[in-house]
Design a binder for this molecule. Structure first.
Ligand SMILES: [Zn+2]
Length: 220
């Protein structure tokens, strides 16, 4: 026992124990510092995440409002070929089958004189102005209810991409561009929907595609 005490009080032992204290103290300190740094980092991440979630919530609400407003906007429609009467299109035109490369005719052909004014059938944004092999000179306008109004075979176009147009505004003139070359001048007019109407699907020719289209004839 006395030998043990002696050992403890031996100057060499005291030095050793102090040295070990000196070693353990910075170690503990470092650990504490690391823990604080980790905690701070986590807090920063948490704050950032909360901020991002708030932004995401705001964006989702804005998107939902735009979506709902789009559906609620009244859809005022006019005949896109100025002066056309119901003798200028065939009543069986919509989803007529078989119809060339498109399979079924997804719109209505409104016949007119070359150069007869073509107006926008609804209010909306011009979302596409394109030259296509089948459609020739075409315009697509995004109107109320998230529906796309497509005008093809135009002779010329009077609107540019991104323009807001009112129903009845002249957007071009009747022509026979695209695969209407050599045929009677007419406008191919179709209405498609961004949000599909799945209840419109049926087992007829190209019936699964019907959910993307609206029959334009009742609106003419
Ligand atoms: Zn057509």
């Amino acid at each position: 026992m006395s030998e043990h005490l002696e050992n403890l009080e031996h100057p060499e032992n005291i030095k050793k124990s102090e040295a070990s204290k000196k070693q353990s103290s910075p170690k503990k300190h470092r650990k504490k510092r690391d823990a604080i740094a980790r905690f701070n980092l986590l807090s920063r991440w948490r704050v950032r995440l909360r901020k991002r979630l708030r932004q995401l919530k705001k964006l989702t609400i804005i998107a939902l409002v735009i979506l709902i407003v789009g559906f609620l906007l009244p859809e005022r429609t006019v005949n896109p070929v100025l002066g056309a009467t119901d003798k200028d299109w065939n009543k069986k035109s919509f989803w007529y089958y078989p119809w060339g490369r498109s399979g079924a005719h997804r719109g209505v052909d409104i016949f007119g004189k070359k150069g007869q004014p073509v107006v926008s059938a609804t209010d909306g944004f011009v979302v596409s102005v394109k030259d296509r092999s089948l459609g020739g000179k075409t315009i697509t306008i995004l109107g109320p209810k998230w529906r796309l109004h497509y005008y093809a075979h135009l002779n010329d176009r009077r609107v540019h991409l991104g323009k807001w147009v009112r129903a009845g505004k002249i957007i071009g003139h009747v022509g026979r561009t695209g695969n209407a070359v050599g045929k009677m001048p007419h406008v191919h007019y179709s209405i498609s929907t961004i949000f599909p109407y799945i209840w419109q699907r049926d087992n007829g020719p190209y019936g699964s595609l019907k959910m993307w289209y609206v029959d334009p004839m009742p609106r003419l």
